[in-house]
Design a protein around this ligand. Structure first.
Ligand code: 5GP
Length: 194
């Protein structure tokens, strides 16, 4: 018996099985790619004088967005990854952000573009930006796929933004849902009933 046959055996399905969850698309794969094209063109133009760039993907949520975006940036660039974990209640400004995977090289004197999946309360990115500033990059800008302004606790300037969305918990295109599933969806959606 193949692994697939075991995973999707009706006998093994439960109420929380992904097969029972219905996803309502919010931003289509086509709309995302159109926006990514435009962001890539804008970033390429803005950094044309600079010559090079360090793109920092904030994991895990931005991995798909960043992979698509860098292919639309027509400049020499290097890519690095930063994984962070937030502690405490997300609604408290005292929430601590721990780095679980740090950058592989220093960014001093570099033009850095931080790529994030979503700015929700802004607390995580506010901490990340403060931290990266202590490493003295030449410039530090932020590109976020999504922004939920209704949830803002800390204003974080977003230099390049994909889409503004309402206060809904979204999944797909890198963002996780229940059991950390759904990051592989090519579109952004919400779970039915959310
Ligand atoms: P913030 O610190 O801005 O409140 O949120 C930081 C992180 O929370 C985001 O990078 C993202 O990983 C997660 N997050 C916030 N809103 C959503 C959402 O609607 N869906 C998912 N899947 N994650 C979210």
């Amino acid at each position: 018996m193949t692994v697939g046959a075991v995973l999707y055996s009706p006998a093994l399905r439960s109420d929380t099985d992904a097969m029972t969850e219905r996803i309502v698309p919010l931003i289509s794969a086509e709309a995302i790619q159109t926006r990514v094209d435009a962001l890539g063109a804008q970033i390429s133009a803005d950094y044309a004088e600079t010559g090079s760039l360090v793109v920092v993907s904030v994991l895990k949520g931005s991995f798909l967005f960043c992979a698509d975006l860098v292919r639309k940036i027509d400049l020499p660039l290097r890519i690095d990854f930063l994984a962070v974990r937030s502690y405490g209640e997300a609604t408290k400004s005292s929430g601590i952000v721990q780095i679980v995977h740090d950058l592989s090289r220093p960014i001093e004197g570099e033009d850095v573009l931080l790529v994030e999946d979503i700015v929700d309360t802004g607390l995580t990115l506010a901490h990340v930006i403060e931290l990266l500033k202590t490493r003295r990059p030449r410039s530090l800008k932020l590109c976020s796929l999504l922004h939920k302004p209704a949830r803002t606790k800390v204003e974080v300037p977003i230099d390049y933004l994909g889409f503004t969305i309402e206060d809904k918990f979204v999944i797909g295109y890198g963002l996780d849902g229940p059991r950390e599933h759904y990051r592989n969806l090519p579109y952004v959606g919400v779970l039915a009933g959310e």
